[in-house]
Design a protein around this ligand. Structure first.
Ligand code: SF4
Length: 213
């Protein structure tokens, strides 16, 4: 990474973490995904139940495979051969889990977390239920303010996820959200989290790498 970009990134990450801390969140900066993963492993024990939300970032940092391999108590909604019913049951169990890990669709530098889901399983678990939440955030998810974060969630993250899922929606052809009414639509619920209660329940792990959508 060029020094000028490092300085620029450090400035924005420091501003962002400062603003989130003022809003009761835990916010930390990591040079790379390996150090963020190591931090999480030092925070959780194998007796604690761990749920997770669908996330390209989690795949890229390798945390799910690591938790499976090391025998952590993962509530594994994506395990091989799982039925729709089993998956739905695990998604409900996650609301009473000890820990939830995920990423976010967009972050505002002023201290907002924006997410869009089909039926809200991920964004509900981030808001309420699991005792502790850890969100891994690549710098590419950070925007200047709430309006830009909503724009990013709708017009960057959602179309890329629709393309990833091979959906027959207008955004997969044009890369922009049309607020479609197709049965293939992947956007059903949007959340904005702008205050952490109880204090420090949500930890944001900002990583100096481009990760996820
Ligand atoms: S609402 Fe429809 S068009 Fe917009 S991002 Fe979601 S799936 Fe794509």
């Amino acid at each position: 990474m060029e020094k000028e970009f490092q300085d620029y990134l450090n400035f924005h990450l420091e501003q962002t973490t400062k603003n989130f801390k003022k809003k009761n969140f835990r916010a930390l900066i990591f040079d790379n995904k390996e150090s963020a993963v190591e931090f999480l492993l030092n925070e959780v024990s194998k007796s604690e139940s761990i749920g997770y939300g669908g996330s390209r970032t989690l795949q890229q940092i390798g945390i799910l495979d690591l938790l499976r391999k090391e025998g952590y108590n993962l509530l594994d909604r994506n395990r091989d051969g799982i039925s729709f019913e089993e998956r739905s049951m695990i998604e409900r169990q996650i609301f009473s889990s000890d820990i939830f890990i995920s990423s976010a669709n967009a972050i505002s530098e002023l201290g907002h977390i924006v997410n869009i889901d089909l039926w809200g399983n991920r964004l509900c678990a981030i808001s309420f239920g699991p005792k502790r939440v850890y969100l891994f955030i690549g710098y590419n998810k950070i925007t200047a303010n709430l309006n830009e974060a909503i724009y990013r969630a709708k017009n960057v993250a959602a179309p890329l996820n629709a393309i990833r899922l091979n959906k027959a929606t207008p955004c997969t052809k044009t890369g922009i959200c049309y607020d479609c009414t197709t049965q293939e639509r992947i956007c059903g619920t949007m959340s904005i989290i702008e205050w952490c209660h109880p204090k420090d329940r949500i930890t944001l792990l900002f990583i100096k790498e481009e990760l996820g959508f």
